[in-house]
Every structure is written in structure tokens, then in C-alpha cells.
Design a protein around this ligand. Structure first.
Ligand code: ZN
Length: 433
């Protein structure tokens, strides 16, 4: 089944024509309606009429998370706030979050793209979707919710947690699709196993997952435990949320909904396009978004894109699963964390030195974070009683900053390696990639 055959199987010539028209429109609108773009483009001496071909997009400056934050809260809206019907923000960032505003039309676009993706996974109005992604300011829950309703499926908005309840509902409601992060999925699988419930006792026919880095091995493990195919969902709040790209039954990369989101792959050092099929940083432009057009947003996600007709019949360009980041952002339990946030928290507590290491492990299925930090000599050698209090304060300060519990270990002064080829090794990621 294909949700919208005319669009999803469009010839590449027609698609490019549509994209160019939409790109010209969005650049024109952004320049005229959003002071941020007007200023940036005027400074760079580039104007809407300079966009004559799709390649001309390279003339436009990039938009970064910093730009979005500087426009907090509503500086990037292209319409009056009264037109905005919903707001989301990005999760786990330093300082102010980045805001994403949606008009009624934007919500319709979001519903539409997720509807296409769920259809790709073989889901229709007869299905029951159990959505364990969090509902709230985070976009994870709502994307699937809107898309699921659009295709007429029954959505169970249960959010994350309450695993026993999840299992009870999976059985009682005869859930046919479940949405989870890979690590939460493995957790559910363990509980099922402990309760002696076999995949054949359930009615699952598809799993959708995203918002965490994962490997093909992890996918196989999940598919094996649930005896159900698992499909990848990609998206980011700044652009729209989950639903920028989703995986079809071929399970060989995600179709990007390129009539709404124009993808580019750049070399993150030269900032120039890399040849098709080569790996680089994904840059996205919203071609149709009304409330908050985002032009050339640097995602910092590493992937490559491929053209050509897919085995499923669709012509939409495909991207590989994300294999890394071009900045130092860490994804821990689905939350974005920068080492600088942990550093900031450490430095807010007295009695420690600015020498630390963040060690990430995945002992069974859930990520664990240990932060090793050097105690100051006075404390370590003369005031051992205080150490416990300091350790608790550090753990609290880090929790306040990133929203995650960490294990803090205070170590003897000068025991953490200072440099490795000129750069301190701040992060040791022992999780399998
Ligand atoms: Zn396909």
C-alpha cells in the first residue's frame, strides 16, 4: 500500500520542479516575513531571486541551533502568534530550548508525512498503535499520534514507562504496532520474557523505533525477541519532529519526504556538498512549513543519501540510518546531552577540580553514565567525611542540568589523564555502536 502514489512515486524531474517552486516560495516568504532571515540574507548579499535552480540553495547561509536559540522564543515565526496552534521544544539542551511552532497547516503536513510512513510499514485503519514515546513538549509522542489518526488507526497514547501496564494493554487491546526507543523495547522484551509471554501470545505486526542511535544488530535482536519487523523513524523537532524520513518494508534506508523536506549532504569542514552516496552531515530545509520555515538547518547527523526507484516502488530519495554526529552531542537514553553541560554542573560545586571523564556503558540494555571527577587535594586528603556530601551534590547538579541520573565517583587529584594528543579525553563511550 502506498498512501499517496502521485507524490511518493513521482518522477525525479517532476519532483525537482515541485521542489524548486516550493524552495523559491519558502525563501521569499522567509526573507519577507522573518526578520532573522531578512537580516542574514541582506548581510550575505543573497536574495530570493537568486534561487533559480535547486543548486542555488548553496548560496544561502546555514541555520544552526544557536541561531534558533538566539531567536527564542518566537523570533523565527513567519506568522502572527495567533496562527500558531501548537508549540514543541527540543529536549535536553543547554540553556534555553529551541522552539518549534506549528500552524494548523503544519500539523496537517506532519500528520500526512507520518501517515505515509505508517502505511509503508503496513499499517492501516484496522490497526492499533501503542505509542510509548513521551507526550509533551518533546515531539516524539505527537508525530506518531497525528499520523496514526490520519490513517484511521486506533492510537493508544500511553507514553513511556509503566511497563507492566504496557504489557497488559498489549494483550487486552490486541496491539498490532508498538512504537518505542530500541532500549525501551529491549526492556519490554525482558519483562515479557520474565512473565512467560511469548511473541505468539501477542498480535504485533510492526514495530516503529527512533530517537536513539542503534545498530543493525540491535534491530535484529528486537525483531528476534518480538518476532516482528522493526522500522526506523527519523526526525527532529527543529524541522517538524519524527516523520522527516521513515523506512519502508525493504528495510534498507529511510525515504525522506522530499516534497516537504529538502535534504543536502555537506562536508562539515568545507561546508560544500559531497557527491551523492557519500557520507556527510545532513542539512534540511522545510519546503512547505508555514509557521516557522527552517532553511538549511545543520542537523549534525551523519548519513548519506541515495536516489533511484526503491523495491517498494517509491521514488523518494533514501537516507541511511544515522551513524554519528559531527559535534560532540551524546544521545543518552534518548536525551541529547553535551559534555559541556556536565562540565558546567561539576564546576558549580565546590571541592572538585575541573578534571573529569564521562564514561558511558550499556551493561545490559539501558545506558549508564558514570562521571569521574577529581576531588581537590584539601578535601581528598584532609576531609574525607565531606566527600560523600560533595558526591551527592554533584549528582544533583548534573541531574538538574541534563535531567538524567548519573553515578559520580570522586577520585584522587591528578589521576585523570590530562591530554591525549593535545585534547583531554572527556568522553569514553563503551556502548556498542
Ligand atoms: Zn522503499
Amino acid at each position: 500500500m502506498i498512501w499517496d502514489k502521485d507524490i511518493e512515486c513521482m518522477s525525479s524531474e517532476d519532483m525537482q520542479e515541485l521542489q524548486l517552486k516550493r524552495l523559491q516560495d519558502v525563501v521569499y516568504k522567509a526573507f519577507n516575513e522573518v526578520p532573522y532571515y531578512h537580516k542574514r540574507y541582506s548581510e550575505e548579499n543573497v536574495y530570493p531571486e537568486d534561487i533559480q535552480t535547486l543548486d542555488d540553495i548553496e548560496k544561502l547561509p546555514f541555520t544552526t541551533k544557536t541561531d534558533l536559540r538566539a531567536s527564542y522564543p518566537f523570533g523565527l515565526f513567519a506568522v502572527d502568534q495567533k496562527e500558531i496552534v501548537e508549540i514543541h521544544t527540543s529536549s535536553g539542551t543547554t540553556g534555553k530550548p529551541t522552539v518549534s511552532g506549528y500552524t494548523r497547516e503544519d500539523i496537517d503536513i506532519w500528520s500526512e508525512v507520518v501517515a505515509r510512513g505508517l502505511t509503508m510499514m503496513g499499517i492501516d485503519e484496522n490497526d492499533i498503535i501503542q505509542n510509548t514515546h513521551g507526550y509533551g513538549l518533546f515531539t516524539g509522542g505527537f508525530g506518531v499520534h497525528y499520523g496514526g489518526q490520519k490513517i484511521g488507526a486506533t492510537v493508544i497514547p500511553i507514553s513511556t514507562g509503566q511497563t507492566l501496564r504496557q504489557i497488559e494493554l498489549m494483550k487486552d487491546f490486541k496491539t498490532t504496532m508498538i512504537i518505542f526507543t530500541p532500549s525501551y523495547g529491549l526492556h519490554i522484551a525482558e519483562e515479557l520474557d520474565a512473565m512467560g509471554i511469548k511473541p505468539s501470545d501477542l498480535n504485533l505486526k510492526a514495530i516503529g523505533f527512533g530517537s536513539e542511535s542503534w545498530t543493525e544488530e540491535m534491530r535484529k535482536q528486537i525483531e528476534d525477541k518480538f518476532k516482528t519487523p522493526a522500522y526506523n523513524i527519523y526526525g527532529l523537532t527543529e524541522v517538524i519532529g519524527p516523520g522527516v524520513a521513515m523506512e519502508c518494508e525493504q528495510q534498507e534506508g529511510l525515504h525522506i519526504y522530499e516534497d516537504h523536506f529538502y535534504p543536502e549532504i555537506i562536508d562539515s569542514k568545507t561546508l560544500k556538498h559531497v557527491p551523492e552516496g557519500k557520507t556527510g552531515e545532513l542539512v534540511l530545509t522545510t519546503l512547505t512549513r508555514v509557521g516557522m520555515p527552517i532553511i538549511r538547518f545543520r542537523t549534525h547527523d551523519v548519513t548519506s543519501i541515495h536516489r533511484g526507484r526503491c523495491g517498494c516502488g517509491r521514488t523518494f530519495v533514501k537516507m541511511d540510518r544515522i551513524t554519528g554526529r559531527t559535534d560532540d552531542m551524546l544521545k543518552i537514553k534518548g536525551v541529547s546531552v553535551f559534555p559541556s553541560q556536565i562540565e558546567k554542573a561539576l564546576l558549580s560545586v565546590e571541592g572538585v577540580e575541573p578534571h573529569y571523564q564521562i564514561i558511558l556503558t550499556r551493561p545490559d540494555i539501558l545506558d549508564q553514565i558514570e562521571v569521574k571527577v577529581e576531588a581537590s587535594p584539601e578535601i581528598f586528603f584532609d576531609n574525607i567525611k565531606e566527600l560523600v556530601g560533595i558526591r551527592d551534590k554533584l549528582a544533583q547538579a548534573i541531574h538538574d542540568e541534563i535531567g538524567l541520573r548519573v553515578n559520580v565517583t570522586l577520585v584522587e587529584p591528578k589521576t585523570i589523564d590530562r591530554v591525549d594528543s593535545g585534547k583531554a579525553v572527556r568522553v569514553i563511550d563503551k556502548r556498542e555502536k
